[in-house]
Design a binder for this molecule. Structure first.
Ligand SMILES: C[S@@+](CC[C@H](N)C(=O)[O-])C[C@H]1O[C@@H](n2cnc3c(N)ncnc32)[C@H](O)[C@@H]1O
Length: 268
């Protein structure tokens, strides 16, 4: 749009690396507070940059792994956190860095370009040790992820096993230099009560439902279990006549737990 004579064109801020660093302590604190790490925890900061998140994480006493691809950033960050023996700075690509096998947390301001790849690594595998994550992602991406009924089976799988919630909008002015779009704090918390066999049940329910989303939930579940599921559906607050494609991942998870019969739906 042409600039009017009264408002001079704003000078673009030079940003040779294309990186948008977090410049808000309160946002960093908000991310950390959702995961509330302590000395017994392991936290990974993906795309650690100069440490806007790594530095306050270091002070929590948790074991911190800061993963950063750019060796120049790694050198600077390593100096910054050299007084903190609980922090390990690693030069690596977040898309291939081996994830911890034991319970871990993630707090990170990740590049928009790798958001999907990273979430796929964290949330898709049937066996994952992720407990909680607080991430800064692009606003529109966070909206798609937290919609009540996801359009794809993959998103439903993520949202069935993890509670995904949009904590807050993070305005572009919270970064240096400011990006062109706003971001969001996306909170991720593993649902408790979903044991291995309930997860298998959830996977089977989602596969069947997303194959024929217009079919009723009653027919979808009957095909899988060979039983009339009326009572189980009612107890989970699901209308048996509703189309399978209208059921939320949280409801599918509750139903999977009920059908599995071994565990109670709850969250930690
Ligand atoms: C949005 S900046 C965030 C930096 C820092 N965490 C902050 O909040 O200021 C993303 C960082 O991720 C790094 N990065 C980009 N792609 C990466 C990848 N595939 N693996 C690891 N780090 C990556 C960039 O070099 C940059 O430092």
């Amino acid at each position: 749009m042409p600039q009017s004579g009264h408002s001079p064109a704003r000078k673009p801020v030079p940003n040779p690396s294309g990186v948008h660093f977090l410049a808000s302590h309160s946002i960093a604190e908000s991310l950390i507070s959702f995961c509330s790490p302590g000395p017994a925890d392991l936290v990974v900061d993906f795309g650690a940059g100069f440490g806007a998140i790594t530095a306050p994480l270091a002070r929590t006493g948790a074991r911190v792994i800061a993963v950063e691809r750019d060796p120049a950033f790694v050198r600077k960050l390593s100096k910054r956190v050299s007084q903190h023996p609980n922090v390990r700075v690693v030069t690596a690509d977040a898309r291939s860095f081996p994830l911890p096998r034991k319970d871990f947390l993630v707090v990170a301001n990740i590049p928009y370009s790798i958001s999907t790849a990273l979430l796929r690594r964290l949330l898709t595998p049937k066996v994952t040790a992720l407990r909680r994550a607080a991430l800064i992602v692009e606003w529109g991406f966070a909206k798609r992820l937290t919609t009540s009924v996801p359009r794809t089976k993959e998103l439903a799988w993520w949202a069935g096993r993890f509670d995904l919630s949009l904590e807050r909008r993070v305005p572009a002015r919270c970064f240096r230099p400011a990006p062109t779009v706003d971001s969001a704090q996306l909170n991720i918390r593993r649902r408790a009560g979903l044991g291995r066999s309930a997860e298998r049940a959830l996977w089977a329910l989602l596969e069947t439902a997303y194959r024929a989303p217009a079919r009723s939930v009653r027919a979808t579940v009957a095909e899988l279990t060979g039983r009339k599921p009326h009572r189980a559906l009612k107890s989970c607050g699901i209308d048996p006549a509703a189309p399978a494609g209208s059921v939320s991942p949280r409801q599918w998870a509750t139903l999977a737990i009920a059908l599995d019969g071994n565990s109670q739906p709850s969250e930690r």
